[in-house]
Design a protein around this ligand. Sequence first.
Ligand SMILES: [Zn+2]
Length: 164
Amino acid sequence: MPAVKNPDPLLAWVSTGTEPGVAPDEIERVRALLNTDDRFHKVERLAADAPDELRLVRDALRSYLLGGDLAELRRVAQQHPLAVEFEAAGARLEAGDDLVGGILAEVYEAQRSGAWARLKACANPDCQWIYFDASRNRSGRWCSMGECGGVMKARAYRERSRRS
Ligand SMILES: [Zn+2]
């Protein structure tokens, strides 16, 4: 009998599925967490009573994704050790009830599957929305063409015509 999945505790703090750039299930929770630091609307979407460690791992993952900064993420990971669990389908990382550990395990799996490499921050500095780049050659730069793509192209056009 398949086990009934426990309700996802992260969803008490984070809403998944917010457009643009929704990711496949394996990494959508992480993307949603990253976007609780909503630079586009300049809103902190992580409720004030959310666990501090959730904010810490979010900020560490943002620094890692946007700037390749490992220091904070390593500190977080050291405090949330994971176990290797062997199953018929193969080995996976098990976090138990550790919310942050579960997030780190998802990042690990997504790095192995290639999904992580498609998570990007919008190149519009006023946006930085984290989106899943589904383009074939991973060439996407904006969270959406309509919003930031259009804005940034118009800006580049204005700068070009100013120079000429
Ligand atoms: Zn954007």
